[in-house]
Design a protein around this ligand. Sequence first.
Ligand SMILES: [Zn+2]
Ligand SMILES: [Zn+2]
Length: 408
Amino acid sequence: MAASGSVIELRKSRVRAAAMQLEVAVKCVAACVQQVNGPELGELLIQIREAGIDPLEAAFATGVRRFDKSGEYAADGALSVTAWLKWKCKLSGGAAAERVEIGKQLERLPKTEEAFARGDLGYQHVAVIARTAENVGAAAVRTEERNFLKAAQSMDPGQFTTVAKNFEHRVDAAGALAEANRAYHRRYLHVGDPQDGIVRIDGLLDAEGGATVRAALTTQMKPIKDDDRTHGQRFADALVEFCRQGSGGKRDSSGPRPHLIIRASLDALAGIPGAPAGELEGGGTVPSETVQRHACDSALIRMTGRTELEHERNQASRTLRASTRRALEARDRRCVWPGCGRPAVWCDGHHLVWWTRGGESSLPNLALLCRPHHRQVHEGGWSLERRKEQWLVQPPGEIPVRVHARRE
Ligand SMILES: [Zn+2]
Ligand SMILES: [Zn+2]
């Protein structure tokens, strides 16, 4: 039965009143965030989640469920409540679908719904419970609901997911296997083409693949002394390093040899202004400084623009002989950069007087440098020199400040 005009007006004024009160509360909290400090600020942040965001998410989920059942979203022309949420509430497809699912499952999980509304359960924990209910049925989750709520109090969402997945496996091993197989089936990795010097990588792995990658990269991402790289940067460096070491090149005494081919003119190698960039075989360009770093030791560089004879001569002189590399590793043992110490297998043989400037590939002119520090010298403009038995580094335009005794 259609509501009368006065009933509709009453509802509209209730929505307006609720929205105004919400606005006042949000303004009060936003002002408070600017004014308090220390432990009080911490307490406020906790309250924002427990008394604000989580109970509001609970109310939102209930509202979404009722709105879905009413079919009212169709009045705006949306084909589903998820589509309506994306459009009107500015949520991503995943975020919208998650809230719809939470709304559905909470109807069958009253204890969880109550705890969520009270602010005793965080949104992400509720999302985990809802996913589990979706996978094994709300009835099965209800038998374990009390334990779930207890576990959620003391665990972060990641730990809590493990508890939920264990439960799913206990009550529905075949379902858990099917989910693992679905996850495995969805795996992919995309390495984009370079754009503005950036290559975007994205992908999905199943849990085992993800854990394998994380474990492998973690071994290579320990921070070094005075490391100012972010966690994400260390992760990225570890990935590149791992691929460099495993790229099918020889891991003999001359170090790993990745199949990285750069086409460069001699002008680029010499760093002459106006020289074209180096071209990576497989796409993308790199600046002269990067060409010079690779010329120092590792990559294959195909020269263009001058005579083959010159190419051959240069190619021969810059590549470290295995015996020279062995002697270099025996002397330096690891990256010589102050405080670094990455092992020799991660290092290039850097020419102190650059090979591109006529430096020789002989021991007195060489130093082991890990790739990030080798990059710091060539692309970063730092200088490295040995005075007596010590290694000195200095940033571009500064006096040497850090001294490092050579490890013997
Ligand atoms: Zn170098
Ligand atoms: Zn280093």
